[in-house]
Design a protein around this ligand. Structure first.
Ligand SMILES: Cc1cc2nc3c(=O)[nH]c(=O)nc-3n(C[C@H](O)[C@H](O)[C@H](O)COP(=O)(O)OP(=O)(O)OC[C@H]3O[C@@H](n4cnc5c(N)ncnc54)[C@H](O)[C@@H]3O)c2cc1C
Ligand code: FES
Length: 275
């Protein structure tokens, strides 16, 4: 194990400095951690909720000078509910950052995020803006308009007209799926790279679409994570360990696991469950 990974894997205690409700099911949390503040877009951390569990979360923003990190957390089960109930000043534990992060390709980028999956892409949009990538277009999808997050921030980073939204109930933006909107965007304009994060059936359609248009693409994957450093084997897909080899995979890697990607994953007991 590298010296960097040994340091990243040490548990650090820190306090929640800010907690903000940003949708009916998502809250952002900001805290101090020097190591995680050095993270690249697409990397994740393990956040320990004392007495409850430790869960993987993508980093959605960093302030490198102040050593601050923010995560956006959707309330889905025991650990995320307990975290949502925590307040400014409460103690949490952190390990990380882990994983590889997105690859910068230059030129024109298309970012496609579904639900809370837009979180790591918001961090990516910020970095692309700093690197003055010629144009970044973002497609954001959610079930309803109330569940769309980070729209204003993305519009500030990428320009108002470059942020497109799709909602399943049609309450905001185009009615339908983010993947369908992505296909129509790619029909009209050629991109140099596509980056996607969200529900796996959506990311699979986006990758298939990128392949048809001959565009380089990467997707962020989620699997059950325990160790986060490639040891326990709970996060495998094909011969990959998502925590160590991912969570960002390119189109060629995902083609090599096409019987699993978007099809099935393992639960906490190692049993296969359909996606
Ligand atoms: C690399 C990565 C990045 C993630 N980033 C975010 C993020 O930015 N924001 C966010 O809200 N969620 C993110 N998740 C998902 C988040 O980890 C789970 O929602 C959380 O662990 C659920 O815990 P729970 O106890 O509330 O729910 P549970 O009742 O335990 O589970 C609810 C759902 O979450 C899945 N899940 C539970 N534990 C894990 C785990 N340890 N690893 C992966 N999936 C799990 C379960 O399969 C189930 O589908 C990420 C997951 C991974 C692997
Ligand atoms: S979480 Fe243990 S190997 Fe990936």
């Amino acid at each position: 194990m590298s010296a960097w990974l040994i340091a990243a894997n040490k548990h650090r205690a820190t306090r929640i400095l800010d907690a903000e409700v940003i949708s009916p099911t998502v809250k952002t949390f900001t805290f101090k951690d020097k190591l995680c503040a050095k993270a690249k877009p697409g990397q994740f951390l393990m956040l320990w909720i004392p007495g409850v569990d430790e869960i993987p979360l993508s980093i959605y923003d960093v302030n490198r000078e102040k050593g601050l990190i923010s995560v956006a957390v959707k309330r889905v089960g025991e650990a995320t509910k307990a975290l949502h109930d925590m307040k400014t000043g409460d103690w949490i534990g952190v390990r990380g950052p882990f994983g590889n992060g997105f690859t910068f390709k230059g030129g024109k980028a298309l970012l496609v995020g579904g639900g809370v999956g837009i979180a790591p892409l918001t961090f990516l949009a910020k970095e692309l803006a700093v690197q003055k990538i010629s144009r970044t277009v973002v497609v954001v999808g959610a079930k309803t308009g109330k569940e769309l997050i980070f729209l204003d921030k993305l519009k500030r980073l990428c320009g108002e007209k470059n942020v497109l939204a799709a909602t399943e109930d049609g309450s905001y933006g185009v009615k339908g799926l983010a993947s369908t909107l992505t296909e129509s965007v790619m029909t009209k304009e050629k991109f140099d790279a596509v980056y996607t994060c969200g529900p796996e059936p959506m990311t699979r359609v986006v990758l298939d679409c990128a392949e048809r248009f001959g565009v380089y693409a990467e997707a962020s994957l989620e699997r059950i994570m325990r160790c986060a450093i490639g040891i326990c084997g709970s996060c495998t897909i094909g011969g990959y360990r998502v925590c160590r080899d991912g969570p960002i995979f390119n189109i060629n890697q995902l083609k090599s696991v096409k019987n699993e990607f978007g099809v099935w994953k393992r639960d906490f007991n190692g049993r296969r469950i359909p996606i």
